[in-house]
Design a protein around this ligand. Structure first.
Ligand code: SAH
Ligand code: SF4
Ligand code: F3S
Length: 436
């Protein structure tokens, strides 16, 4: 039996898809790249911005007609759009076999078996008080170096623009025992780098009595032999504690890299977003992190054209990125999400204005990103080699601790090794170097 999986959205969604792949591997399914060969098609959706329903309907327009030729084909929709629309989705899309929400991944194989035996459509979008799917362990191909480990899911922050708390539910943390056991197993299987995932990892463990805090968990992961690099995403600036800042000094495997989404450089806009910090608070945390380790590379998410954003507010956002000098910023036009507070704000920004501001913003950030890369020319960087470069030959690619991509040539296959590389040239989004 063949499984075709299509995934949109954040790294957590990608990790959820990896879990589905491992669940179905246990049921005898092999993953295929061609949907026409599939017996089961799963679309894992994201609803964080811009017309996710349209994307889903066009995917279903591709897949549902295949059922006429292949009566064994089962089509399932999961993820955040499925969570949001549930039964409505089923009514709108006749022939869709399964709709499963963000807490129901572990239930999917049984739902597929049920469809195969009864032919009846299945729906499960209940929020559970504990989420068993968090403990499903993805399987990685031999030779994989980096693994993603979801440590918590959900969010209690309800930023005024954001749909995530509605589609992922409230904050829920996995037990540290399960997380650490998984990472030990990964290390034994050759994984060298782990990325800890959650909508708000700083809140890890706070709901479970007696559980480690996030910095305490990081310290335990830091002790696991074989794990050379630890990263995490996403942490909320308001919860960036002194303990977490200290971890960047104390933990030798914690990479000098942090994704710390600012969202806007205007205090007025930040307040209306409900972010719980001012630009000054944020810059203070960046400053403290840089004092602990000046090498830390920052990245951010930014929303352009939030309701009420004036030209003055927008200028403050530009000023903020000039000050922080991010390596990368994921910037998007504000997109009203059904059911969120900001979608009802009366002062929505015109589409053309959002578009123009986004263009200006991205041009400036591109310049800053390039400048950051150029500053590394001549330096020697420790690279974890992930494999052959796209252009092949004797070219290899890896990443620095700060997560910058480096291409270099070597007659020898160095995949999986740490090597020192002297940076010779900065390109648009990556670096070139030679073995030092
Ligand atoms: N928990 C993370 C963000 C998860 S959502 C945090 O708080 O930083 C990922 C990103 O999507 C957000 O950082 C935000 O920049 C963007 N986003 C969320 N809702 C959006 C909306 N309605 N319009 C545009 N971008 C949005
Ligand atoms: Fe969304 Fe805010 Fe929660 Fe991040 S912290 S997931 S932006 S509500
Ligand atoms: Fe999208 Fe859901 Fe992630 S809305 S960003 S897939 S949590």
């Amino acid at each position: 039996m063949n499984l075709y999986l299509e995934t949109y959205g954040c790294q957590m969604n990608v990790n959820d898809s990896q879990k589905m792949e491992s669940l179905f591997a246990a049921e005898g399914y092999a993953l295929v790249a061609d949907f026409r060969r599939a017996d089961l098609i799963v679309i894992n959706t994201c609803s964080v911005r811009e017309k996710p329903e349209q994307k889903l309907f066009s995917a279903l327009g591709r897949y549902l007609p295949l059922k006429r030729r292949n009566s064994r084909l089962v089509v399932a929709v999961g993820g955040c759009v499925a969570q949001q629309w549930g039964a409505e989705l089923q009514q709108k899309c006749p022939g869709l076999d399964i709709v499963f929400g963000t807490h129901a991944i572990d239930a999917l194989p049984a739902m597929v078996r049920e469809v195969r035996s009864s032919g009846r459509p299945q729906l499960d979008t209940a929020f559970r008080s504990s989420i068993p799917s968090l403990d499903i362990i993805p399987r990685y191909a031999a030779g994989t170096l980096t693994a993603f480990v979801t440590i918590m899911q959900g969010c209690n922050n309800f930023c005024s623009y954001c749909i995530v708390p509605y589609v992922r539910g409230r904050e829920y943390s996995r037990s540290s025992a399960a997380i650490l056991a998984e990472i030990r197993q990964l290390a034994e299987n050759g994984i060298r780098e782990v990325v800890l995932l959650g909508q708000n990892v700083n809140s890890y463990g706070l709901q479970n009595e007696g559980e480690f805090s996030f910095p305490q968990l990081l310290a335990r992961v830091n002790e696991i032999r074989g794990i050379e690099r630890i990263r995490f995403t996403t942490s909320h600036p308001k919860d960036m504690s002194p303990e977490l800042i200290a971890a960047f000094a104390d933990l030798d495997h914690l990479c000098p890299q942090i994704h710390l989404p600012l969202q806007s450089g205007s205090d007025r806009v930040l307040a209306r977003m409900g972010r719980g910090y001012s630009l000054a608070d944020y810059l203070d945390k960046v400053e403290r992190l840089r004092r602990v380790n000046p090498e830390i590379a920052f990245s951010s998410d930014m929303i352009i054209g939030f309701p009420g954003e004036s030209d003055e507010d927008f200028q403050q956002t530009l000023e903020a990125i000039r000050r922080v000098r991010y390596d990368t910023v994921y910037s998007f036009k504000y997109s009203p999400r059904p059911g969120t507070r900001a979608a009802t704000f009366p002062d929505q920004v015109e589409e053309a204005v959002k578009k123009e501001r986004l263009r200006i913003f991205q041009a400036l950030q591109d310049e800053i990103s390039s400048e950051n890369l150029r500053k590394l020319e001549g330096s020697v960087q420790d690279i974890l080699v992930s494999g052959p470069a796209k252009r092949g030959g004797d070219q290899w690619v890896g990443r620095t601790g700060a997560n910058r991509i480096v291409n270099f040539s070597s007659p020898e296959n160095l995949t999986g090794r740490f090597v020192a590389v002297r940076i010779t040239r900065a390109l648009r989004h990556s670096l070139r170097g030679e073995l030092a």
